[in-house]
Design a protein around this ligand. Structure first.
Ligand code: SF4
Ligand code: SF4
Length: 320
């Protein structure tokens, strides 16, 4: 990225970015999704699913970058149609993206589109995925293919094929630098897909955070991880139902959650609020658990500075 000297920065440009930043509405992810499941660190996916850090806010430039990806999609579909592909980016029943769910709604995949008539395989229906790349990433992609260059995209593609039952995938990539485009077909791999779904189930049902991929906060996988502060830097997770040890994702509903403490279903809107009976999942407290009082519904921790902290007690609000 080229940074302009401060004197060259137009206040209009600053106003554009500030406006985008003001209008963003960061939200927790309700469900596990195809776009997150390809990450190598299961712990980072669990943290996101368990709302263990506040949803991220982005700079105006990053928001425009996300926009660029979305804006490319209609253009990519026009290009595919020009080549004779009969494709659709919306489910006519919902008017929304093609969406498939698994595990009673706890896992969702949203495909960019689906279509027939690819020159290489004109009969077979394909799920379509559109990705934009910077120059370096695009060059790597064209040299070694998507499985090596972007394995997390293949995981997403396998999950989309598995959940949709459409067993071919067309990966359409665009170089944001020079408008070069690249396409690659990906075949459904049942063994890989079953492994991915097992990973989803493991994370869904994990009551504790999975193991770290590294104990070094400066490891390349941790350096830009959104969960770094709660994972490595001793920061408390926020209070909400998903960080509470009384909550469990349950089967048999539509991405349903249950509260053991109150014996009730947890609506999504209630989950954000939590309640005064909240007790942290112990690994989300940056201390060591040293005592539990079931009668008083408290858990005591020894903190890194040697002090003790009681979750559920009078001082718990102040500490976290
Ligand atoms: S900081 Fe590292 S170990 Fe922790 S969740 Fe992120 S990637 Fe995983
Ligand atoms: S005890 Fe309160 S915070 Fe915990 S899961 Fe139940 S309603 Fe949510």
């Amino acid at each position: 990225m080229v940074l302009l000297p401060q004197t060259f920065l137009s206040p209009t440009i600053t106003a554009i970015d500030e406006s985008l930043e003001r209008r963003q509405r960061p939200r927790h992810q309700r469900r596990l999704s195809g776009s997150m499941i390809g990450r190598s660190c299961e712990r980072s996916i669990w943290y996101q699913f368990r709302w263990a850090y506040e949803p991220e806010r982005h700079s105006g430039r990053m928001l425009r970058l996300f926009q660029t990806g979305h804006l490319e999609e209609p253009r990519a579909f026009d290009n595919l149609r020009a080549a004779g592909v009969r494709c659709s980016d919306r489910d006519p029943e919902t008017g929304d993206q093609w969406t498939w769910e698994a595990l009673d709604g706890h896992f969702v995949v949203k495909a960019d589109g689906r279509g027939h008539g690819f020159v290489e395989a004109w009969k077979a229906e394909h799920v379509i995925g559109i990705k934009t790349h910077n120059d370096k990433s695009f060059l790597q992609l064209t040299r070694v293919g998507v499985a090596v260059a972007k394995p997390e995209h293949v995981v997403q593609a396998q999950a989309e094929m598995h959940c949709s039952g459409i067993h071919r995938f067309f990966y359409y990539a665009k170089n944001k630098n020079d408008d070069a485009i690249y396409g690659e077909r990906i075949r459904y791999d049942a063994t890989q897909a079953i492994g991915i779904m097992a990973k989803v189930e493991r994370i869904l049902h994990a009551v504790r955070p999975p193991a770290k991929v590294s104990d070094d906060a400066d490891d390349f996988r941790c350096r830009f991880c959104s969960a770094r502060s709660v994972c490595h830097e001793g920061v408390f997770a926020p209070r909400n139902c998903r960080t509470c040890l009384h909550s469990t994702p349950v089967m048999g509903g539509e991405a349903a959650w249950h509260c053991e403490k109150h014996g009730s279903a947890l609506l999504l809107s209630d989950q954000e609020m939590g309640c005064p009976d909240h007790l942290f999942i112990p690994e989300l407290v940056p201390g060591d658990q040293i005592d539990v009082s079931p009668d008083e519904s408290t858990v005591t921790y020894r903190m890194p500075d040697g002090s003790s902290w009681i979750d559920g007690g009078n001082d718990s609000e102040a500490a976290a």
